[in-house]
Write a protein that binds this ligand. Structure first.
Ligand code: JHZ
Length: 424
């Protein structure tokens, strides 16, 4: 079942917040508007193409008080997450990443892992599977009913619901306190950050560790990753506002590892404050570096906001020139990022014949806002284009060198849109 258009009319599908999600300050300045856009991961069926599509403003704000970069137009989370078409295990690199992640946590905190590992926003159990192999008792919590059902079938106990602090007392009664709580690429997805931290604090054992991974704002800015801005990403995290948030909940960060997933992220280790465990000097270095990068200055964000129009201009020129020459172009990876890139640049089925994707949940549907058909990767070999735009550019080298080396050998070319459009 896809997202129901009928229910759109009955519910208010987004609201506009007037304060910062962390510090509640109203001193907020908009620095980048990407227009009125359809939400990422809202793939459409053929029948839905005829109906009015839901769209909401996509605009990023800077908080002058705690420096959180954030959206204020918040799309109803049930609309986005109760049925979700993104399965983490469809990308082998992510499976490898989460396997290494589980092993890293186990190496550091074997006792806590043996106690209970709870993953908030557990998707299809991509992280809990390797934890289970390491002997952990695991519990997933994820609002997507379609995904939780699959995880349960595969032996990963998953509660199909949003995590919130009100549920914690019952969870503790049933499962006990957690030695490890994890949450990956979900803390950007919520407007209820305080409630989540309240719940984590209560659920976590006294020696427990909260490990979470988020895309890192400094990477997003440095590599022009404006396509990582979509309605699901309400906050764009950095250590400075996160440290402040944790402090408000009597927790503290004890270590940080930089990761290269999704264009650059950080894996953050936190515990109850004051920590009985040593606090790595990395935290001070991150805070210092964020000052050097100007993450506390509106000017930095205004500078970044000049990049999307330049990328749009260059990319659309490349595509237009190729079309004039009669070239056939397709795209690779119906990622959430693709939704922003294609909508913002106004690239539709008149330019891109089809977009391939490995996820069965997306195949046969159409990209939100731009309505490009999503097909399986087999189509690429049957209806081979001259150029492929890699819309899942975070996997570009894997796609070019490992998955599709035949394409270049037979004269095809790839277009990589981010950080600057280029043909390879
Ligand atoms: P991928 C996701 O964003 C969604 P997306 C989410 N909202 C989030 O927060 C971020 O991650 C962090 C396909 N693919 O992983 C699979 C191929 O077709 O970059 C995926 O549909 N062939 C939770 O969606 C998409 O591309 C391939 O060879 O931007 C990639 O999506 C490979 C490797 C992937 O995340």
């Amino acid at each position: 079942m896809s997202k129901s258009i009928k229910s759109l009319k009955q519910k208010k599908l987004y609201y506009k917040s007037n304060h910062c999600l962390i510090c509640k300050s109203k001193r907020l300045t908009s620095y980048l508007s990407l227009g009125i856009a359809a939400p990422a991961n809202s793939y459409l069926t053929k029948a839905q193409l005829k109906q009015k599509e839901f769209k909401a403003p996509l605009e990023v704000y800077f908080c002058h008080n705690c420096y959180l970069a954030q959206l204020l137009h918040i799309v109803n989370r049930s609309y986005i997450y109760r049925h979700y078409d993104y399965f983490s295990s469809t990308s082998p690199m992510l499976m490898k990443h989460f396997d290494e992640y589980a092993n890293e946590v186990f190496k550091r905190y074997p006792k806590q892992v043996k106690q209970l590992v709870v993953d908030i926003g557990s998707n299809d159990g991509v992280l809990l599977k390797p934890f289970k192999k390491l002997g952990a008792k695991v519990l997933g919590i994820d609002p997507a009913k379609n995904i939780a059902e699959i995880a349960n079938r595969q032996g990963i106990e998953t509660i199909a619901d949003f995590f919130n602090s009100k549920k914690v007392a019952n969870l503790i009664k049933k499962y006990g306190k957690a030695g490890i709580i994890t949450s990956n690429n979900t803390l950007a997805h919520t407007d209820a950050l305080h409630d989540i931290f309240e719940g984590v604090k209560e659920f976590l054992d006294k020696n427990g560790i909260f490990v979470f991974e988020v895309q890192y704002l400094a990477d997003l800015l440095a590599h022009n990753e404006f396509d990582n801005i979509y309605h699901e990403h309400i906050c764009f995290h950095a250590i400075t506002p996160l440290s402040y948030l944790l402090k408000m909940h009597e927790m503290e960060i004890i270590d940080i590892i930089h990761t290269d997933t999704h264009g650059g992220g950080i894996m953050v280790f936190a515990t109850h404050a004051p920590s009985a465990l040593p606090v790595s000097k990395t935290i001070g270095q991150y805070l210092e570096n964020e000052k050097k990068l100007g993450l506390n200055k509106l000017f930095t964000y205004k500078k970044f906001a000049k990049k999307p129009p330049l990328i749009k201009k260059k990319l659309t020129k490349i595509l237009k020139d190729l079309k004039k020459k009669g070239k056939k172009i397709t795209a690779y990876g119906a990622s959430a990022k693709a939704t922003t890139l294609l909508q913002y640049c106004g690239i539709g089925p008149d330019v891109i014949d089809y977009i391939t994707d490995t996820a069965p949940s997306k195949i046969g549907k159409y990209t939100p806002g731009t309505h490009i058909p999503i097909v399986s990767e087999e189509v690429l070999k049957k209806q081979t284009p001259d150029y492929i735009l890699i819309t899942a550019w975070n996997y570009a080298s894997h796609i070019i060198e490992k998955k599709e080396p035949w394409f270049k050998k037979q004269g095809g070319k790839f277009i990589i849109p981010i950080p600057k459009p280029k043909i390879v």
